[in-house]
Design a protein around this ligand. Sequence first.
Ligand SMILES: [Zn+2]
Length: 96
Amino acid sequence: MSMQNDDYLDGNAAAGELSNIFAMDVTAAEGQCAHCGATKRFAEAHLYTQCPGFVARCAACQHVLLRLVKARQRMFLDMRGMTCLTLDTSQLQEST
Ligand SMILES: [Zn+2]
């Protein structure tokens, strides 16, 4: 977890929480921003954690890519800010 300034972390900070949802490492995946079309690794996103969960924003345009909200026994995942998430399946073969 690397702190880039006082406001946000990088996308790697979301790895632990996202590993509860996804079997694959989403921080290593590439996501395409629905707003500006930039395709970047999720790890490059700007992660804001001043909420019960986190908000990941596009490093290029600051549009919201992904929101995760935790409330009691539920977790809400909003991924409409990404038109496409590309995962490297070679990591699946490593784990078998
Ligand atoms: Zn963008």
